[in-house]
Design a protein around this ligand. Sequence first.
Ligand SMILES: CC[C@@H](C(=O)O)C(=O)SCCNC(=O)CCNC(=O)[C@H](O)C(C)(C)COP(=O)(O)OP(=O)(O)OC[C@H]1O[C@@H](n2cnc3c(N)ncnc32)[C@H](O)[C@@H]1OP(=O)(O)O
Ligand SMILES: [Co+2]
Length: 139
Amino acid sequence: MRKIEHLGIAVKDLGKSNELFSRLFGQEAYKVEKVEGEAVVTSFFQIGDVKIELLEAASEDSAIAKFIDKRSEGIHHVAFAVDDIYAEMDRLKKEGFELLNDIPKRGADHKLVVFLHPRSTNGVLVELCQDMGGGSSIK
Ligand SMILES: CC[C@@H](C(=O)O)C(=O)SCCNC(=O)CCNC(=O)[C@H](O)C(C)(C)COP(=O)(O)OP(=O)(O)OC[C@H]1O[C@@H](n2cnc3c(N)ncnc32)[C@H](O)[C@@H]1OP(=O)(O)O
Ligand SMILES: [Co+2]
């Protein structure tokens, strides 16, 4: 794993949270993107080398809706950048970690993503993400 790529924060209302975090960071989100496969709408802020990903549920059965129901808003996952997601998946499986998907999924911001179950990582939902190219999304 190379570095923390982003921190995911579950929010109830993306519009209100974009406004709040824009005031906190002194800058606007550089993109808003819906990811149908995950039933979320996301927005991204770039803070130095790390991104903050805000996530609002796009449906009641979204992982974000369940998380907010159980725990309320807050830090939802930590995402790590990897160069070869398949090699990293193999390595982590051999190390005994529980992968939540066997095939990488399309994530936001030009990424392929895989999640590790928080019960195998001391209660932290871990995301691996590999850049698929397509250039920087930062305007
Ligand atoms: C935008 C795309 C992508 C990107 O490009 O960045 C994203 O970030 S998508 C983010 C949203 N998608 C996901 O989170 C997918 C992976 N998550 C899952 O598959 C599920 O959320 C889960 C982790 C398997 C939990 O689902 P489920 O078992 O159905 O939910 P429960 O509510 O029953 O929870 C079971 C258990 O797990 C604890 N939990 C749930 N979410 C988290 C979390 N984010 N961090 C830590 N722990 C979490 C939950 O509290 C339950 O624990 P117990 O109560 O102790 O059993
Ligand atoms: Co994420």
